[in-house]
Design a protein around this ligand. Sequence first.
Ligand SMILES: [Zn+2]
Length: 99
Amino acid sequence: MTKWSQTEDDFIFDQREAGNSWDWIAERLIGRTKSQVYNRYNTIRMRRPDMEQSKDRKPRKCLSCGKSFDSDHRGNRVCPPCKNTVGWQAGISDLGIIA
Ligand SMILES: [Zn+2]
């Protein structure tokens, strides 16, 4: 079996995070089967148990107030204070961030 590349690893993690199925992911990775993708995902997860939590943590601009805040993943685009205000979910949906 060909060695897994960082690009493939990232793709698998990103697509699982996005909620796509093993079939869907395997179809897009040339030469990989569904079970290979599944096993690879679990192997990486065991090695890096905190990866899902920390891999994408960085400051992001809040879509509501425009201030920079500590966002733990790319889907988190509204700062905690704004999340507590009424109407932020509707605003995010309008921008197409949450599909
Ligand atoms: Zn905000």
